[in-house]
Design a protein around this ligand. Structure first.
Ligand SMILES: NC(=O)c1ccc[n+]([C@@H]2O[C@H](COP(=O)([O-])OP(=O)(O)OC[C@H]3O[C@@H](n4cnc5c(N)ncnc54)[C@H](OP(=O)(O)O)[C@@H]3O)[C@@H](O)[C@H]2O)c1
Length: 309
């Protein structure tokens, strides 16, 4: 079978996409491709200037369709509610939501405005809340999709149910691994619940392999080791452009299906072209999915009433 290329993205004319954290890295590249294919793209960014700079860059390389910047801080549940309410008030159906924004390996434990550990709060809880609030606009649109961005890092992750917010001990890497495992567990549980309702919306999960982006470069630190690692990174990793391909495949390919997990086909899934890849067994455990779901509803105060039995 021939390898997937972005030229295979079907026309996105008439489709509306929201991408969180779309001002840089793989989210920005995904926005660029989707816009070129004709989608209206909402860049959901926490910093207006950065969002505007990304919008201008996308618009400068035609054919770019309609691209808008909307303010969203995924770490702040008030901002998530404001963003979702503004969108729902416009009454538009939503074709595609890409839960992409993320932070990685913050050296010291920090918390979100609602008091959650920053990586768990941003990468998982913020997107859990956003998806739940936007659910009415997704459910009424046939063939709508939610793509949640996970990571190879989920493999070493553990959902520390007794201390999800790392109040009793904080490990920057462990907290990132947990948050990315949570992305995957959420995406799979969301798929189970959508299927149980025969919904027309699909929950799909993707990871970019290892891509040269801000999150990775900043995560290496500024010390000698970090500078060496940053210099060597492009030798082993792929570009942000290639890193966006699994997201685009998950978002647009007729072959991608609800509950599917997509990443690069190379050694250790570090780089390559998008294929379906296998999550670790602990990510597909429905009991963990249900437990995380219930806790996430309680912590965020966002209930997925249309899907809960
Ligand atoms: N690059 C990789 O190798 C790799 C591997 C596995 C998974 N991932 C995942 O890929 C996703 C995108 O990361 P990237 O690699 O493209 O890095 P990136 O260039 O740093 O992009 C991260 C984006 O998320 C935004 N963001 C962070 N916190 C936010 C918040 N509270 N509210 C709204 N936006 C926020 C950032 O905005 P600012 O510019 O304002 O900070 C930025 O636009 C992340 O979920 C990451 O975990 C990346």
């Amino acid at each position: 079978m021939s390898k997937w290329r972005p030229q295979q993205i079907p026309t996105q004319q008439g489709r509306l996409a929201i991408i969180t954290g779309a001002n840089s890295g793989i989210g920005y590249q995904a926005a660029r491709y989707l816009s070129r294919a004709g989608a209206t793209v909402i860049l959901a960014c926490r910093n207006r200037e950065k969002g505007e700079a990304a919008r201008v860059q996308i618009a400068a390389s035609p054919p770019a369709a309609n691209v808008e910047v909307h303010l969203l801080d995924v770490a702040d549940l008030e901002s998530v509610r404001r963003f979702a309410n503004e969108f729902l008030n416009e009454g538009k159906p939503l074709d595609l939501l890409i839960n992409n924004a993320g932070v990685m390996a913050i050296p010291e434990r920090r918390t979100t405005p609602q008091g959650f550990e920053m990586q768990f709060g941003t990468n998982h809880l913020g997107h859990f809340a956003l998806t739940g609030l936007l659910l009415p606009a997704l459910l009424r649109q046939p063939n709508s999709r939610v793509v949640t961005v996970a990571s190879i890092a989920h493999k070493g992750g553990k959902l520390n149910f007794d201390d999800l917010n790392a109040e009793r001990g904080y490990d920057p890497r462990g907290a990132y691994q947990q948050s990315k495992l949570a992305n995957l567990v959420f995406g799979l549980e969301f798929d189970r619940r959508l299927r149980a309702r025969s919904a027309q919306t699909a929950s799909v999960i993707a990871h970019p392999g290892v891509a040269v982006t801000n999150i990775v470069s900043n995560g290496m630190g500024t010390g000698l080791k970090g500078r060496i690692a940053n210099a060597l990174l492009p030798l082993v990793a792929q570009s942000d452009i290639r890193g966006s391909w699994p997201l685009l495949y998950a978002a647009t390919s007729p072959e991608a299906h609800g509950g599917g997990y997509y990443g690069p086909d190379g050694i250790a899934e570090i780089k390559g072209t998008p294929v379906e890849v296998k999550p670790k067994p602990h990510a597909v455990d429905p009991a963990a999915g249900k437990r995380l779901w219930d806790i996430s509803e309680r912590l965020t105060g966002v209930r997925y009433d249309a899907l809960n039995s």
